[in-house]
Design a protein around this ligand. Structure first.
Ligand code: TXA
Ligand code: MG
Length: 317
């Protein structure tokens, strides 16, 4: 579906309109010092689902939540001494910290793709800071590029790739750093999850210890690992038309269930509801039958996640 993308300038009226786009559940591309981000209200699951639709990614990747300050980060993640060392030394700046979430923090479960951890960062770009102050709430934002394409470091890059797919782009000039943020997981041992704009040596200096390094895609072996995704305890059966005796049912469209991803068959609504529905059904401690979901648009990412839930479940129920 094509929508009209507004092009906003970095002036008082543009900044107000940018915050209004976020307040109304829209998608806003905005500059950070690293790369442009594709932002949405992190507490609005429907808005967050639209990010994945616009990026056209066949999987749900967890997103970075942008906040105005350490104090704002402390409201949504469980802060620690290491977080204080790194946030204190490098925020605002090109560093993302992955920490356990605080309970009931209001962040939509789709932001972290169902993980119990959350990636947070305080961006240094003055326009990003203005938007965060005006919006006054966390902004979920991956890099503003379609899936599989390089990150955008100017408003023109964003426009070339996402015009007609997002509500607005605010032009804050080219990005100074031009590389994505360095991502550090603050687990049992601080871990480099992605090299980026802040050198590893600077991070290690501030921590006073070496980082554990994992290669991308390599599973973590530590407990509470961050790459393992949410999987229900019970067995999951896909492409079910109806529940067998003893099963609970996840419905979609005309296939009814105990809960439904979307009765009208709307994919954005289905993505927005996915993790909440899985949690609700998992609480019933019964095998889960899942209605067929079309393999189109967001259906690719929804099915990817459901297939994983079906495959990496825990002990048989
Ligand atoms: O510089 C940046 O970091 C830019 C600007 C816009 O802030 N953002 C960015 O976002 O590069 P994105 O979505 O392209 O990359 C975010 C990365 C992903 O590789 C994702 O796997 C990782 O952050 N990530 C997010 N949450 C995570 C979590 N809970 N655990 C582990 N990795 C996480
Ligand atoms: Mg990216």
């Amino acid at each position: 579906m094509k929508i009209e993308t507004q092009f906003l300038a970095d002036d008082p009226s543009g900044r107000i309109k940018a915050a209004d786009v976020l307040k109304s559940g829209g998608l806003l591309a905005f500059p950070t010092e690293t790369v442009y981000g594709l932002g949405a209200d992190a507490r609005d699951s429907h808005a967050v689902a639209r990010i994945f639709a616009a990026k056209g990614r066949p999987q749900f990747n967890p997103l970075i939540v942008h906040v105005a300050s350490i104090a704002a980060a402390q409201k949504i993640v469980a802060w620690s001494d290491d977080a204080d060392r790194l946030g204190g030394a490098f925020w605002p700046g090109p560093l993302t910290l992955v920490l356990p979430m605080t309970p009931n923090n209001g962040i939509a479960p789709l932001v972290s793709a169902g993980l119990p951890t959350l990636a947070v960062r305080v961006p240094a770009h003055s326009l990003a800071q203005h938007i965060l102050a005006a919006f006054d709430s966390p902004i979920a934002a991956p890099s503003a590029n379609p899936s599989g394409r390089i990150s955008s470091t100017s408003a023109a890059h964003v426009a070339a790739n996402l015009n007609g797919k997002i509500d607005a782009i605010i032009d804050g000039g080219p990005c100074d750093v031009g590389l994505e943020s360095t991502i550090i997981g603050l687990f049992d041992r601080p871990t480099l999850l992605r090299p980026g704009g802040l050198p590893v040596s600077a991070v290690e200096g501030a921590l006073g210890t070496d980082l554990l390094q994992i290669r991308e895609g390599e599973p973590l072996t530590a407990p509470g690992q961050m790459t393992s995704h949410y999987a229900p305890n019970a067995a999951v059966r896909l492409n079910a038309r109806r529940a067998e005796p003893g099963e609970v049912m996840l419905g979609f469209g005309t296939v009814e269930g105990d809960v439904s991803l979307s009765r009208s068959g709307d994919m954005v609504e289905a993505a927005a509801n996915l993790f909440e529905c899985l949690h609700q059904l998992d609480a019933k401690n019964a095998p889960i039958a899942v209605a067929p979901i079309p393999e189109t648009g967001l259906g690719l990412a929804i099915n990817d996640r459901l297939r994983r839930a079906a495959a990496d479940r825990g002990p048989a129920a």
